[in-house]
Design a protein. Sequence first.
Length: 159
Amino acid sequence: MLIQDWKNRSASTQKEHHKFINRLKREKSKVLNERAERLHEEVFGELDCLDCANCCTSIPPIVNRADASRIAKHLGMKVARFGEEYLHQDEDGDMVMNTTPCPFLQSDNACLIYEVRPKACRKYPHTDNLEFADHLKLHQQNVMYCPAVFHIVERLMQI
């Protein structure tokens, strides 16, 4: 239900969310982070990422050196070969997966390398760990990509 609601409403509410998130910059980070943390737990109690996987199909994650080394080892590859086969440098100069959807996304939306996935994937969508306020600009984008972010912002708007 949350995913379908997001699909139906994310485009039409984008401007409203963008303005609201801009206003959040004036809130005290500690209070905002505590509210978002509570809402993160609430939303993820109702939502299973495996029912969506939109992040894996539309946002290539940043892969740092430690990630590349860990994943290459897991796959039994040399780091250089892993980089040649799976990574490219984006317009910001970051190393990212070279295809979308992610080459490690399986047909059931599970991740083939879940236990060694990149840090960017582990931390996505950056709405927990009391760091919501640190990623407001990112949340403005992610309301379009992630139903969890969409619903966390929606619920923040109701408070």
